[in-house]
Write a protein that binds this ligand. Structure first.
Ligand code: SAM
Length: 327
């Protein structure tokens, strides 16, 4: 088992397989995109598999693939199939914007993917277009329906709540859980991503979101699932789905943090909001051994900060865009 200096057990690696994305969500990226990591600097699937094997032998058993948009990377299904065969990988999941999901869901399931998170910030076609700069709501919804029919449970719908953008849809999202087997998770808007676009006044905190759900009656708390991480789980009386809250800013979930991140170009990041990076690519490409990789893993654990500093004077926005870290 792996522990950091703050006695948190670290068993989770979030792997960004690409910094490319097929959406241009306004809060994440400018319309023209961001400078991309060159292809030769992106880790090969072989390199990622090696890292997963080595880290798995030390106690990293939970893997999530993200990006950028992971489903646009060529060969992703075959890669997932190889990943799912690694014995130490006990939990394998993927975060996607859902654009390509309808076409790929069956293959992903056959490849061994057990569950999926789909990002969706509006249930209205025009607003979806406005936020993502692409008119693709129907495709995403088709992907969600496909995931339900294939029972890729739990299917988590991640909604980033932003004041004046989608706060009038908070209740509609929760209502989905009344008749669909979905877990709707509200995520506080964080200061990462598109330039200086984040303003504290755009933030809708989890307590404010809970207030907007009062019409639906009391939320019944559910006990944390062992793979939950920082989400708090609830359900509405009589619902078949669940509701989750992820309050990176208001509820300071750092004490429950169990994760490291791997960037597309092979750097471990110890916290979304820390620019400290530990390079694995260079060491692998210079012929480093598995023990060298293990040593870097321990260095990363030692360096993991106790908490982020979003709410304090010490806060500095991170240098990389979210798409190049893996949200
Ligand atoms: N393309 C995939 C997707 O859309 O899920 C994976 C990458 S995306 C960066 C991962 C998640 O980060 C999405 O749910 C997105 O909404 C979220 N995200 C991006 N910028 C954010 C921000 N500033 N605050 C909160 N969440 C953010």
């Amino acid at each position: 088992m792996l522990f950091d200096p703050y006695k948190r057990r670290i068993n989770y690696l979030r792997i960004s397989v690409t910094d490319r994305c097929n959406l241009r969500c306004r809060y994440c990226m400018p319309e023209e995109g961001v400078p991309l990591i060159s292809h030769q600097d992106v880790l090969s699937y072989e390199e990622i598999l090696r890292i997963v094997r080595v880290f798995g032998s030390e106690g990293i058993s939970k893997i999530r693939l993200t990006g950028g948009e992971p489903l646009i990377r060529k060969g992703i299904v075959d890669f997932i199939s190889r990943l799912s065969q690694i014995e130490t990988v006990k939990d394998l999941s993927l975060t996607t914007n859902g654009i390509l999901l309808k076409d790929l869901a069956r293959d992903l399931k056959d490849a061994g993917l057990k569950r999926i998170n789909i990002s969706l910030d509006s249930l209205r076609r025009e607003r979806f277009h406005q936020i993502t700069r692409r008119d693709d709501f129907e495709r995403v919804w088709g992907g969600i329906e496909e995931a339900i029919s294939l029972e890729l449970f739990p299917i988590k719908i991640n909604m980033v709540a932003i004041k004046g953008v989608n706060d009038d849809e908070i209740e509609s999202f929760a209502r989905l859980t009344l008749h669909l087997p979905l877990t709707v998770r509200y995520i506080e808007y964080m200061p990462s991503g598109n330039g200086d676009s984040w303003k504290e006044t755009d933030l809708l905190t989890i307590p404010q979101i809970q207030h907007l759900l009062e019409n639906l009656g009391p939320l019944i708390p559910l006990s944390p699932d062992r793979w939950d991480g920082p989400a708090r789980r609830f359900r509405i009386d009589g619902s078949i789905g669940e509701i989750g809250f992820i309050g990176a800013i208001s509820s300071h979930f750092c004490s429950d943090c169990n994760r490291l991140r791997l960037t597309p170009d092979g750097k471990i990041r110890t916290c979304l909001f820390s620019d400290q990076e530990i390079d694995l690519k260079e060491i692998m490409r210079k012929g480093g051994s598995d023990d060298d990789l293990k040593e870097r893993l321990l260095t990363a654990l030692e360096a993991k900060p106790e908490r982020h500093h979003i709410n304090s004077r010490l806060f500095k926005k991170c240098q990389r865009n979210m798409s190049a870290i893996g949200g």
